[in-house]
Design a protein. Sequence first.
Length: 343
Amino acid sequence: MTSAEEDFYRIFLRLDEGVLLLRANGEIDLANEAFMRWFGLTNEVVRQPFGSVLGEAAINELAAAVWREETPAPREILVQQEGVKRWLIVRASRLGAGEGARAVLLFQDVTAQRTLEEVGIDFVANVSHELRTPVSILTGYIENLADFPKMPRSEQVEIFGIMQEHALRLKALLNDLLTLACFESRSDVLDLAELDLRQFLRQLAKDWQPSLASKEMAFVLEIDDGVSTIRVDRFRFEQVMHNLFDNAFKYTPLEGQIRVRVAGFADHVEISVEDNGAGIPEADLPHIFERFYRVDKARSRRYGGTGLGLSIVKHIVTLHGGTVRAESTLQMSTRIIISLPRA
């Protein structure tokens, strides 16, 4: 092999796209690293009949069309190795003539695009589902009021109260959707400034005092002496803390407790909000920051909320260069910890 041929072969092996060359008799002539990695194969497959090695019907059909001197349309296939799904677009063409002819198959990884499409489809389905309930209820009561204009005033007041509740739910959902859209379009610019953390958290507790009193709940605030200020966008940071407080409040029982703890480290500050509610199963913890993810759908709908609060928290914290995680013990507590760079 000449120096130029060796260079070409090295480039061939390391191409991002998968490449497979088949002989007319169906044997594998060459396969690059991407192809073998995606299909879980090794160099031992060279000179082996492709059908016995892989048996992928779509690839066999493409190769057969090439040998019939046709120009087959690209095919999309789904392969799975060790639990990892990968979508590939396969294109086939003929290279050379006679005994030296080869069927060349190129594999393009389109997993990222397909994953985004699935996320988009799931998101639309979730939004539609969340919108359907309040819209259906509002429509039903409006029709009821129109059909019975002489309905007693007391019944009308009750209906208007229910309608207001669902209209507010609808408004909250739309506001959260707009917030997420702003973050995901990367159009939001943070207005960073120094924030007195102790003063801010005391005010937060004061704002929530009437709600806490309604459930006879205690509020505990612990702040390390070495922590005074952090550099954040105050409006967005308020969104984070109110979302975390709202979650803790909803899932903490009567006479329960919410504990906010601030700990200072050399390069970051950790702020945790802990309740003593029912907790979250370990299998659900990695997913609670996903849009519309609900650990217990029946319980979540009973307590209200849009299913977007923790997703918004994660976006805001990430924009600040921080991280967020969750810890939980069933039937005992849940703790959400955000980590932000020090001022």
